[in-house]
Design a protein around this ligand. Structure first.
Ligand SMILES: NC(=O)C1=CN([C@@H]2O[C@H](COP(=O)(O)OP(=O)(O)OC[C@H]3O[C@@H](n4cnc5c(N)ncnc54)[C@H](O)[C@@H]3O)[C@@H](O)[C@H]2O)C=CC1
Ligand SMILES: O=C1O[C@H](CO)[C@@H](O)[C@@H]1O
Length: 320
C-alpha cells in the first residue's frame, strides 16, 4: 500500500496562510539541548512546522538547528511555519516575550503567536532577573495576578499583532480554551484567533470544542497526541489494530487520526528514527475515525493535568 505524506498536507488559517498539518512538538523540558538534533531530523524528513514556547526551554536549540538548516540550504525560513507562545507570567508584556522568543529562535518573524494559557501569573523574579515560570507561595499555591484577566491577556497580544500589521507576527491564537472561554473571547475579539491548541487524542476527542472552534473559523491543533510522557496512547487497542491492518507505526496512526479530520497535530520526539517513521498519512476510514471518537467517549483520559488550570472551564474535573 502506498501512502500520502502527512508532512505534505497543508491547512488554511483564517488569515489565508498555509498551515502545515504535521508539526514537531518541542516540550523537551527534561533535556532541551536534544531539541537541536530532533529539529534537524524532522526538517530533513519533510516536517515544515515547529511548535515551541518559552516554557519548554527549547527555543534556543531550535535557533541553532535553523541556523544549520538554513546554512546548508535544506530549507528557507519562508518554507517553515514556527509557532511560539506567551506564558501567563507575560500576560501584560507580550512584546517582551515575543522579542525574546525571536532572539532565541534567531528569526525575524513567527508564523503564529499563541496565548499559552488563559491565565495571568504574578511576576516573581529569579536572582538573575529572569521571571519565575511557576510562581508559588510558601504553601506551594500558584500566585495569580489579581489585576490580570485572560481576555486582557488576549487583547494585549491582539494589540501587538495589530500594531505590527502582521509583519513579524503573521497570526495569533489561543491555547487551552474550551467553549465557555471561546464564547467570551469571540464577543470582544477584534481578531478571531487563527488556532486553538488543545489536548486531543483518542482518549480525549473533545468533539464539542472541535466543532465549535471550527464553526468559528478557528483551526484546532492537537497537543499531546501520543498521550504525553510515556506515550500511553500507543497501547490503545484500536491503534494497535490499525498498525497491523495498514502496516504502519502507532505514531502514524495517532497523527493521521487528526490530519484525516482536517486538524493540525504536533507530536514530540527526540528519537530521530521515530521522527522519520512518523510521516505517512494512514487512510483511516470514516468508520475507524468514528470508532476512535467513541472509544474516547467511553474511556476519557486527560494526560496534561496542570494544577494551575484548575479554575479554567473544561479543566476543573481533571486537575490534581
Ligand atoms: N499548549 C499547551 O499547553 C501544550 C502544548 N504541547 C505541545 O504539544 C507537543 C506534544 O505534546 P507532548 O505533551 O509533548 O506529548 P506527546 O503526546 O507528543 O508525547 C511525547 C512523548 O512520547 C514519547 N514517544 C514518542 N514516540 C514514541 C514511541 N514510538 N514509543 C514510545 N514513546 C514515544 C516521547 O519520547 C515523549 O516522551 C509538545 O511537545 C508541545 O509542543 C504539549 C502540552 C501542552
Ligand atoms: O505547553 C505545555 O507543556 C507542558 C507539558 O509538557 C504544559 O505544562 C504546558 O501547558
Amino acid at each position: 500500500m502506498s501512502f500520502e505524506k502527512a508532512t505534505e498536507v497543508r491547512l488554511k488559517l483564517n488569515t489565508g496562510a498555509d498551515f502545515p498539518a504535521l508539526g514537531l512538538g518541542t516540550a523537551n523540558r527534561a533535556d532541551p539541548p536534544k531539541t537541536k538534533e530532533a529539529v534537524i531530523a524532522a526538517v530533513e524528513a519533510g516536517y515544515r512546522h515547529i511548535d515551541t514556547a518559552w516554557r519548554y526551554g527549547s527555543e534556543g536549540y531550535i535557533g541553532e538547528a535553523l541556523k544549520d538548516l538554513f546554512a546548508r540550504g535544506v530549507v528557507t525560513r519562508e518554507e517553515l511555519f514556527i509557532t511560539t507562545k506567551v506564558w501567563p507570567t507575560h500576560w501584560d508584556i507580550p512584546k517582551q516575550s515575543f522579542e525574546e522568543s525571536l532572539r532565541r529562535l534567531g528569526v525575524d518573524y513567527v508564523d503564529l503567536l499563541l496565548q499559552h494559557w488563559p491565565l495571568a501569573f504574578k511576576k516573581v523574579y529569579e536572582e538573575n532577573g529572569d521571571l519565575v515560570q511557576l510562581p508559588v507561595d510558601e504553601n506551594g499555591e500558584y500566585l495569580f495576578d489579581e489585576n490580570g484577566h485572560y481576555l486582557q491577556g488576549y487583547k494585549n497580544i491582539e494589540d501587538l499583532y495589530l500594531e505590527d500589521k502582521g509583519k513579524r507576527i503573521r497570526a495569533i491564537g489561543v491555547s487551552n480554551y474550551a467553549i465557555p472561554y471561546l464564547e467570551e473571547l469571540l464577543k470582544v475579539a477584534r481578531v478571531v484567533p487563527a488556532v486553538d491548541q488543545i489536548e486531543l487524542h483518542p482518549h480525549l476527542p473533545q468533539k464539542d470544542i472541535v466543532n465549535y472552534a471550527e464553526s468559528k473559523g478557528i483551526l484546532i491543533t492537537a497537543y499531546s497526541p501520543l498521550g504525553a510522557n510515556g506515550a500511553p496512547n500507543l497501547k490503545i487497542p484500536l491503534v494497535q489494530e490499525a498498525v497491523k491492518k495498514y502496516n504502519v507505526t502507532p505514531n502514524e496512526v495517532l497523527i493521521s487520526y487528526h490530519i484525516r479530520q482536517g486538524r493540525s497535530v504536533i507530536p514530540r520526539s527526540i528519537n530521530t528514527e521515530r521522527i522519520r517513521n512518523s510521516i505517512r498519512l494512514v487512510p483511516l476510514t470514516e468508520e475507524e475515525l468514528e470508532a476512535f471518537d467513541n472509544f474516547g467517549k467511553e474511556n476519557p483520559a486527560r494526560h496534561i493535568r496542570d494544577k494551575w488550570g484548575a479554575n479554567i472551564p473544561g479543566f476543573e474535573y481533571w486537575t490534581g
